[in-house]
Design a protein around this ligand. Structure first.
Ligand code: 5AD
Ligand code: FES
Length: 373
């Protein structure tokens, strides 16, 4: 069962009166950057395809004010599909015995960075399952080596939950940003999609520790999870509004058959884009990736996200032979492509839609301003 966005699915024709109520809430949100829980819920409960262009336009205009038509690129390296965690939705969770596991060595990671650097990327996202092989000491070495060999890059880590001390060590070694999606702000939903040994409060604590240390932080959530309701999604919106992360990664939930959630329904493109657009209106300066999951769901998904207010793309720079094994969800794009092919593909897609590629570090608006002054 899927409980979210009843009117988006039904091709329902909202009355003009309902449409104008939704438009005025969008206007109010654009102006004040906040709505009440009831008002946000009203939008989710009632929005139909009729109101969608208005919402995306509003979000796009807000994005343009701060970032114009620039799209930031980050090269993502998927360093390991070993994971000690057991998230019910994720294809690389520790219970999945069907996948072949891999991890990249320090020199393989460095080689991927070198290729990425030569392709022009100035942010690397180092992502992996929670793999204890990468001790703090090893990660510190890797971060330092990247910073020596590619001095002007920003390093983003996406390696899951760690102690505050570990986060601090990696930050001191030179890591600039950390992505840790909160996955679901509703405690009920979080506990439904995670095993008992994963804690909602720990996730939240990790995010506040990362902020305290001084990372540029990315939170984020999935749309269309089994049992997710509009109230849950409103909790996600209000949580990111209160946390004020620098980035918010929003992607559709895509059902993977080798997980405990097998057989469930996936999220849809429009549901996800509505959440992207609303997040932009709540946090005008936030960095919003147009996620690979959206590109996997629909051939034009990533382009559509750019039109709904996203401003970041993360092309893959992992070695091609490993890509197929990093299957967190099915039918992931780019698994047979090289880093060079993704680089060209992305650039063409961005230009075709009238945006421009920005290969700078791509910091959050406020941080860029601070660095310049
Ligand atoms: N569908 C969509 N996104 C997923 N993720 C993990 N599994 C899935 C899935 N089946 C997302 C999680 C995680 C990020 C790296 O990928 O939000 O934080
Ligand atoms: Fe990888 Fe298009 S981005 S092939």
């Amino acid at each position: 069962m899927n409980y979210i966005f009843p009117n988006l699915k039904a091709h329902s024709q909202n009355s003009d009166k309902l449409t104008s109520s939704i438009y005025s809430l969008i206007d109010k949100l654009k102006k004040h950057r906040i709505l009440s829980e009831t008002e946000l819920c009203f939008i989710l409960d009632n929005i139909s395809l009729k109101e969608i262009p208005y919402l995306y336009k509003a979000s796009f205009v807000v994005k343009e004010k701060y970032y114009q038509n620039r799209v930031y690129l980050r090269g993502i390296i998927e360093i390991s599909n070993y994971c000690k965690q057991g998230c019910f939705y994720c294809g690389i969770n520790s219970q999945n015995q069907k996948i072949e596991r891999y991890r990249l060595s320090q020199s393989e990671i460095l080689a991927a960075c070198r290729i990425g650097y030569d392709l022009g990327y100035r942010t690397f996202v180092i992502q992996g399952g929670e793999d204890t092989y990468y001790t703090d000491q090893l990660m510190v070495e890797i971060i330092k080596e990247i910073k020596v060999k590619c001095a002007d890059v920003a390093i983003t880590l996406s390696l899951g939950e760690k102690s505050k001390e570990s986060y601090q060590k990696l930050f001191d070694a030179g890591a600039d940003r950390y992505l840790l999606r909160h996955e679901a702000a509703s405690r009920r939903l979080y506990e439904t999609i995670h095993p008992k040994y994963m804690f909602y409060d720990t996730r939240r604590e990790c995010l506040s520790n990362l902020k305290e240390i001084g990372y540029q932080v990315g939170a984020g959530f999935m749309v269309g999870l089994p049992t997710q309701t509009n109230d849950d999604l409103v909790e996600d919106l209000l949580y990111v509004k209160s946390l004020e992360p620098h980035m918010v990664g929003i992607g559709p939930y895509l059902c993977h058959e080798d997980t405990p959630l097998r057989g469930s329904k996936s999220g849809t493109l429009q549901e996800t884009l509505v959440m992207v657009a609303l997040t932009r209106l709540l946090l005008p300066k936030v960095l919003l990736p147009s996620t690979t999951a959206l590109g996997s769901l629909d051939p034009m998904g990533r382009e559509m996200a750019l039109e709904a207010g996203a401003n970041v793309l993360m092309p893959n720079i992992s070695p091609t032979e490993n890509r197929i094994l990093y299957e967190i969800y099915p039918d992931k794009i780019c698994i047979t492509d090289t880093s060079g092919q993704c680089r060209n593909c992305i650039e063409n897609r961005i230009i075709a839609r009238g945006h421009v590629v920005d290969l700078s570090r791509g910091d959050h608006f406020d941080i860029e301003k601070k660095l310049k002054s």
